[in-house]
Design a protein around this ligand. Structure first.
Ligand code: 13P
Length: 332
Protein backbone atom coordinates (compact mmCIF):
# COMPACT_ATOMS: atom_id res chain seq x y z
CA UNK A 1 0.00 0.00 0.00
CA UNK A 2 1.43 3.33 -1.08
CA UNK A 3 1.11 6.18 1.43
CA UNK A 4 2.18 9.81 1.51
CA UNK A 5 5.76 10.21 2.72
CA UNK A 6 4.65 12.93 5.13
CA UNK A 7 2.18 10.55 6.77
CA UNK A 8 4.85 7.89 7.21
CA UNK A 9 7.20 10.48 8.73
CA UNK A 10 4.50 11.68 11.10
CA UNK A 11 3.68 8.14 12.21
CA UNK A 12 7.37 7.42 12.78
CA UNK A 13 8.58 10.58 14.56
CA UNK A 14 10.15 9.79 17.93
CA UNK A 15 9.05 6.15 17.70
CA UNK A 16 11.17 4.70 14.94
CA UNK A 17 12.96 5.72 11.75
CA UNK A 18 11.99 4.79 8.22
CA UNK A 19 14.62 2.92 6.26
CA UNK A 20 14.95 4.79 2.96
CA UNK A 21 16.63 2.39 0.56
CA UNK A 22 18.28 3.47 -2.72
CA UNK A 23 17.47 0.88 -5.37
CA UNK A 24 17.87 0.77 -9.13
CA UNK A 25 17.46 -2.83 -10.30
CA UNK A 26 14.73 -5.46 -10.43
CA UNK A 27 16.68 -7.60 -7.95
CA UNK A 28 16.91 -4.72 -5.48
CA UNK A 29 13.20 -3.91 -5.77
CA UNK A 30 12.28 -7.57 -5.08
CA UNK A 31 14.74 -7.73 -2.19
CA UNK A 32 13.46 -4.49 -0.67
CA UNK A 33 9.79 -5.46 -0.83
CA UNK A 34 10.48 -9.00 0.44
CA UNK A 35 12.46 -7.63 3.36
CA UNK A 36 9.78 -5.05 4.19
CA UNK A 37 7.08 -7.72 3.96
CA UNK A 38 8.95 -10.06 6.31
CA UNK A 39 9.63 -7.31 8.83
CA UNK A 40 6.13 -5.81 8.38
CA UNK A 41 7.92 -2.49 8.28
CA UNK A 42 6.99 0.68 6.39
CA UNK A 43 9.79 1.67 3.99
CA UNK A 44 10.75 4.46 1.63
CA UNK A 45 11.83 3.46 -1.86
CA UNK A 46 14.35 5.97 -3.22
CA UNK A 47 15.39 6.69 -6.76
CA UNK A 48 18.16 9.24 -7.36
CA UNK A 49 18.71 11.32 -10.49
CA UNK A 50 21.58 9.02 -11.44
CA UNK A 51 19.35 5.95 -11.05
CA UNK A 52 16.61 7.58 -13.13
CA UNK A 53 19.18 8.15 -15.88
CA UNK A 54 20.49 4.59 -15.57
CA UNK A 55 17.24 2.62 -15.61
CA UNK A 56 14.87 5.22 -17.16
CA UNK A 57 12.19 6.90 -15.01
CA UNK A 58 9.40 4.89 -16.63
CA UNK A 59 11.19 1.60 -15.94
CA UNK A 60 11.58 2.51 -12.26
CA UNK A 61 7.93 3.57 -11.98
CA UNK A 62 6.78 0.38 -13.70
CA UNK A 63 8.91 -1.80 -11.39
CA UNK A 64 7.40 -0.09 -8.37
CA UNK A 65 3.88 -0.51 -9.65
CA UNK A 66 4.60 -4.20 -10.23
CA UNK A 67 6.09 -4.57 -6.75
CA UNK A 68 2.97 -2.99 -5.26
CA UNK A 69 0.90 -5.72 -6.91
CA UNK A 70 3.27 -8.57 -6.02
CA UNK A 71 3.66 -7.50 -2.37
CA UNK A 72 0.25 -6.00 -1.48
CA UNK A 73 0.96 -5.98 2.27
CA UNK A 74 3.95 -3.65 2.04
CA UNK A 75 3.43 -0.07 3.23
CA UNK A 76 5.74 2.28 1.34
CA UNK A 77 6.26 5.71 -0.18
CA UNK A 78 8.29 6.63 -3.25
CA UNK A 79 10.91 9.36 -2.91
CA UNK A 80 13.16 11.11 -5.43
CA UNK A 81 16.53 11.28 -3.67
CA UNK A 82 19.16 13.97 -4.40
CA UNK A 83 17.30 15.87 -7.08
CA UNK A 84 18.20 19.16 -8.69
CA UNK A 85 15.52 21.66 -9.67
CA UNK A 86 14.97 20.07 -13.09
CA UNK A 87 14.77 16.47 -11.88
CA UNK A 88 12.46 17.48 -9.01
CA UNK A 89 10.16 19.22 -11.52
CA UNK A 90 10.11 16.07 -13.67
CA UNK A 91 9.47 13.82 -10.68
CA UNK A 92 6.67 16.07 -9.41
CA UNK A 93 5.01 16.25 -12.84
CA UNK A 94 5.25 12.48 -13.36
CA UNK A 95 2.88 11.73 -10.48
CA UNK A 96 5.11 8.74 -9.58
CA UNK A 97 6.57 10.21 -6.38
CA UNK A 98 5.23 10.96 -2.91
CA UNK A 99 8.17 13.20 -2.07
CA UNK A 100 11.26 14.74 -3.60
CA UNK A 101 14.57 15.88 -2.20
CA UNK A 102 16.01 19.10 -3.50
CA UNK A 103 19.73 19.07 -2.87
CA UNK A 104 20.90 22.67 -3.05
CA UNK A 105 23.14 22.54 0.01
CA UNK A 106 26.27 23.25 -2.04
CA UNK A 107 24.86 26.71 -2.84
CA UNK A 108 25.19 29.65 -0.44
CA UNK A 109 22.40 29.80 2.19
CA UNK A 110 20.21 32.41 0.44
CA UNK A 111 20.36 30.53 -2.85
CA UNK A 112 19.55 27.24 -1.11
CA UNK A 113 16.51 28.96 0.45
CA UNK A 114 15.36 30.37 -2.91
CA UNK A 115 15.76 27.11 -4.84
CA UNK A 116 14.15 25.01 -2.11
CA UNK A 117 11.24 27.47 -1.84
CA UNK A 118 10.56 27.17 -5.59
CA UNK A 119 10.52 23.36 -5.40
CA UNK A 120 8.26 23.44 -2.31
CA UNK A 121 5.73 25.63 -4.15
CA UNK A 122 5.57 23.25 -7.10
CA UNK A 123 5.49 20.11 -4.96
CA UNK A 124 2.90 21.28 -2.44
CA UNK A 125 0.59 22.29 -5.28
CA UNK A 126 0.53 18.57 -6.14
CA UNK A 127 0.39 17.31 -2.53
CA UNK A 128 3.99 16.10 -2.63
CA UNK A 129 6.37 16.56 0.30
CA UNK A 130 9.85 18.07 0.02
CA UNK A 131 13.06 17.12 1.81
CA UNK A 132 15.83 19.71 1.67
CA UNK A 133 19.41 19.76 2.90
CA UNK A 134 21.44 22.16 4.97
CA UNK A 135 25.12 21.64 5.81
CA UNK A 136 27.65 19.51 3.97
CA UNK A 137 27.51 15.73 3.85
CA UNK A 138 31.22 15.27 4.10
CA UNK A 139 33.30 13.12 6.42
CA UNK A 140 34.78 14.72 9.51
CA UNK A 141 38.35 13.79 10.34
CA UNK A 142 39.92 13.78 13.80
CA UNK A 143 42.61 16.21 12.72
CA UNK A 144 40.20 18.85 11.36
CA UNK A 145 40.15 22.21 13.13
CA UNK A 146 37.05 23.22 15.10
CA UNK A 147 36.32 25.87 12.45
CA UNK A 148 36.52 23.31 9.64
CA UNK A 149 34.11 21.00 11.51
CA UNK A 150 31.73 23.90 12.18
CA UNK A 151 31.67 24.78 8.47
CA UNK A 152 30.43 21.30 7.61
CA UNK A 153 27.85 20.61 10.32
CA UNK A 154 24.32 22.02 10.06
CA UNK A 155 23.93 25.25 12.01
CA UNK A 156 20.88 24.90 14.34
CA UNK A 157 19.73 28.54 14.12
CA UNK A 158 20.07 28.45 10.33
CA UNK A 159 18.09 25.20 10.24
CA UNK A 160 15.19 26.84 12.06
CA UNK A 161 15.26 29.84 9.74
CA UNK A 162 15.61 27.62 6.66
CA UNK A 163 12.57 25.48 7.52
CA UNK A 164 10.40 28.47 8.30
CA UNK A 165 11.38 30.35 5.12
CA UNK A 166 11.19 27.40 2.71
CA UNK A 167 8.26 25.41 4.15
CA UNK A 168 10.15 22.17 3.45
CA UNK A 169 8.64 19.11 5.13
CA UNK A 170 11.81 17.41 6.33
CA UNK A 171 15.47 18.36 6.54
CA UNK A 172 18.62 16.37 5.84
CA UNK A 173 21.15 17.48 8.43
CA UNK A 174 24.91 17.22 8.40
CA UNK A 175 25.97 15.63 11.70
CA UNK A 176 29.16 13.95 10.53
CA UNK A 177 28.07 11.40 7.92
CA UNK A 178 29.00 11.32 4.25
CA UNK A 179 27.92 9.12 1.37
CA UNK A 180 29.83 6.00 0.37
CA UNK A 181 31.91 3.35 2.08
CA UNK A 182 34.27 5.63 3.99
CA UNK A 183 32.53 7.93 6.46
CA UNK A 184 34.48 8.03 9.65
CA UNK A 185 38.08 7.97 10.71
CA UNK A 186 39.56 7.79 14.19
CA UNK A 187 37.04 8.40 16.95
CA UNK A 188 34.49 10.15 14.78
CA UNK A 189 30.83 9.16 14.88
CA UNK A 190 27.51 11.01 14.82
CA UNK A 191 27.62 14.50 16.36
CA UNK A 192 24.83 14.08 18.88
CA UNK A 193 25.44 17.42 20.55
CA UNK A 194 24.69 19.14 17.25
CA UNK A 195 21.65 16.98 16.57
CA UNK A 196 20.22 17.79 20.01
CA UNK A 197 20.59 21.52 19.32
CA UNK A 198 18.80 21.16 15.99
CA UNK A 199 15.95 19.19 17.58
CA UNK A 200 15.59 21.87 20.26
CA UNK A 201 15.08 24.48 17.51
CA UNK A 202 12.75 22.23 15.48
CA UNK A 203 10.78 20.12 17.98
CA UNK A 204 8.62 17.45 16.36
CA UNK A 205 10.11 18.15 12.94
CA UNK A 206 11.42 15.16 10.92
CA UNK A 207 15.18 15.18 10.39
CA UNK A 208 16.89 12.95 7.84
CA UNK A 209 20.19 11.10 8.17
CA UNK A 210 21.98 10.71 4.86
CA UNK A 211 24.92 8.35 4.58
CA UNK A 212 23.22 5.85 6.89
CA UNK A 213 25.06 2.72 5.76
CA UNK A 214 26.93 0.74 8.43
CA UNK A 215 29.65 -0.53 6.03
CA UNK A 216 30.22 -3.76 8.04
CA UNK A 217 33.91 -4.71 8.28
CA UNK A 218 33.07 -8.36 7.61
CA UNK A 219 31.40 -7.40 4.31
CA UNK A 220 34.44 -5.41 3.17
CA UNK A 221 36.78 -8.25 4.21
CA UNK A 222 34.76 -10.81 2.23
CA UNK A 223 34.74 -8.56 -0.85
CA UNK A 224 38.51 -8.15 -0.63
CA UNK A 225 39.04 -11.90 -0.03
CA UNK A 226 37.15 -12.50 -3.29
CA UNK A 227 39.36 -10.15 -5.31
CA UNK A 228 38.06 -6.70 -4.29
CA UNK A 229 40.27 -3.82 -3.33
CA UNK A 230 38.12 -1.73 -1.01
CA UNK A 231 39.65 0.35 1.74
CA UNK A 232 39.59 -2.05 4.69
CA UNK A 233 39.65 0.79 7.20
CA UNK A 234 36.28 1.96 5.86
CA UNK A 235 33.64 2.54 8.48
CA UNK A 236 30.03 3.68 8.51
CA UNK A 237 27.28 4.51 11.00
CA UNK A 238 27.40 2.15 13.99
CA UNK A 239 23.97 0.56 14.44
CA UNK A 240 24.30 1.17 18.18
CA UNK A 241 24.06 4.93 17.49
CA UNK A 242 20.72 4.73 15.68
CA UNK A 243 18.32 4.54 18.68
CA UNK A 244 19.79 7.75 20.12
CA UNK A 245 19.56 9.45 16.72
CA UNK A 246 15.88 8.43 16.45
CA UNK A 247 15.13 9.82 19.91
CA UNK A 248 16.76 13.08 18.75
CA UNK A 249 14.47 13.55 15.74
CA UNK A 250 16.03 11.41 12.99
CA UNK A 251 12.95 9.97 11.26
CA UNK A 252 14.38 8.73 7.95
CA UNK A 253 17.72 6.98 7.43
CA UNK A 254 19.09 6.79 3.87
CA UNK A 255 20.88 3.60 2.91
CA UNK A 256 22.50 2.87 -0.45
CA UNK A 257 26.11 1.76 0.02
CA UNK A 258 25.30 -1.30 2.19
CA UNK A 259 23.04 -2.71 -0.55
CA UNK A 260 25.80 -2.23 -3.13
CA UNK A 261 28.38 -3.89 -0.87
CA UNK A 262 26.15 -6.97 -0.56
CA UNK A 263 25.75 -6.98 -4.36
CA UNK A 264 29.53 -6.80 -4.83
CA UNK A 265 30.26 -9.55 -2.28
CA UNK A 266 27.58 -11.94 -3.65
CA UNK A 267 28.76 -11.55 -7.24
CA UNK A 268 32.49 -11.63 -6.51
CA UNK A 269 32.15 -14.77 -4.37
CA UNK A 270 29.88 -16.48 -6.90
CA UNK A 271 32.13 -15.91 -9.91
CA UNK A 272 35.27 -16.69 -7.93
CA UNK A 273 33.79 -20.04 -6.82
CA UNK A 274 32.25 -20.81 -10.22
CA UNK A 275 34.58 -19.31 -12.84
CA UNK A 276 32.91 -21.31 -15.62
CA UNK A 277 29.46 -19.83 -14.95
CA UNK A 278 28.00 -16.92 -16.91
CA UNK A 279 24.43 -17.03 -15.59
CA UNK A 280 23.29 -13.80 -13.95
CA UNK A 281 20.22 -15.46 -12.44
CA UNK A 282 22.11 -17.64 -9.97
CA UNK A 283 23.88 -14.80 -8.13
CA UNK A 284 20.76 -12.67 -8.79
CA UNK A 285 18.62 -15.05 -6.70
CA UNK A 286 21.19 -15.07 -3.91
CA UNK A 287 21.34 -11.27 -3.99
CA UNK A 288 17.56 -10.85 -3.75
CA UNK A 289 17.50 -13.09 -0.68
CA UNK A 290 20.49 -11.47 0.98
CA UNK A 291 19.22 -7.97 0.30
CA UNK A 292 15.80 -8.96 1.70
CA UNK A 293 17.46 -10.29 4.88
CA UNK A 294 19.49 -7.08 5.16
CA UNK A 295 16.41 -4.84 4.73
CA UNK A 296 14.42 -6.82 7.32
CA UNK A 297 17.28 -6.65 9.84
CA UNK A 298 17.88 -2.93 9.23
CA UNK A 299 14.18 -2.16 9.70
CA UNK A 300 14.34 -4.01 13.03
CA UNK A 301 17.36 -1.94 14.09
CA UNK A 302 15.48 1.23 13.15
CA UNK A 303 12.55 0.10 15.32
CA UNK A 304 10.31 -0.05 12.23
CA UNK A 305 9.65 -3.81 12.25
CA UNK A 306 5.98 -4.54 12.93
CA UNK A 307 5.02 -0.87 12.38
CA UNK A 308 3.49 -1.16 8.88
CA UNK A 309 -0.10 -1.53 10.06
CA UNK A 310 0.25 1.14 12.75
CA UNK A 311 1.66 3.58 10.16
CA UNK A 312 -1.23 2.88 7.80
CA UNK A 313 -3.80 3.40 10.57
CA UNK A 314 -2.20 6.64 11.78
CA UNK A 315 -1.98 7.94 8.22
CA UNK A 316 -5.64 7.11 7.70
CA UNK A 317 -6.83 8.78 10.90
CA UNK A 318 -5.15 12.09 10.20
CA UNK A 319 -4.16 12.17 6.52
CA UNK A 320 -2.11 15.14 5.42
CA UNK A 321 -0.92 16.04 8.92
CA UNK A 322 2.39 17.82 8.85
CA UNK A 323 4.63 17.75 11.91
CA UNK A 324 5.45 21.41 11.34
CA UNK A 325 1.75 22.20 11.98
CA UNK A 326 0.58 22.91 8.42
CA UNK A 327 -1.84 20.60 6.69
CA UNK A 328 -1.00 19.04 3.36
CA UNK A 329 -3.05 17.10 0.84
CA UNK A 330 -2.95 13.33 0.91
CA UNK A 331 -1.10 12.11 -2.17
CA UNK A 332 -2.16 8.74 -3.48
P1 13P B 1 25.11 5.60 2.12
O1 13P B 1 26.20 5.99 1.20
O2 13P B 1 25.58 5.56 3.53
O3 13P B 1 24.44 4.36 1.77
O4 13P B 1 24.03 6.78 2.06
C1 13P B 1 23.02 6.80 1.08
C2 13P B 1 22.34 8.12 1.02
O5 13P B 1 22.45 8.95 1.89
C3 13P B 1 21.54 8.39 -0.19
O6 13P B 1 20.96 9.65 -0.16
Amino acid sequence: MRLATIDLLRAAYGRHALGAFNVSSMEQVHGLFRGAERAQAPVIVQFTRVMRNYAHPRMLAAMLEAAEGIYPGVVFACHHDHGDEASCAEAIASGDYNSVMIDASHHPFEENVAITRRVVEQAHARGIAVEAELGLLQGIEDEMSVDAKEAILTDPAQAEEFVSRTGCDSLAVAIGTSHGAYKFSGKQGLHFDRLAEIQKRLPGYPLVLHGGSAVPVREVERINAAGGKLDASASGVAESELPRAIASGITKVNIGTDGRLIWTRVHREFFQKSPKEFDFMQPGKTYMEEFAAFVAAKCATLGAAGQAVASAILADVEPGFQPGGKSQGHHE
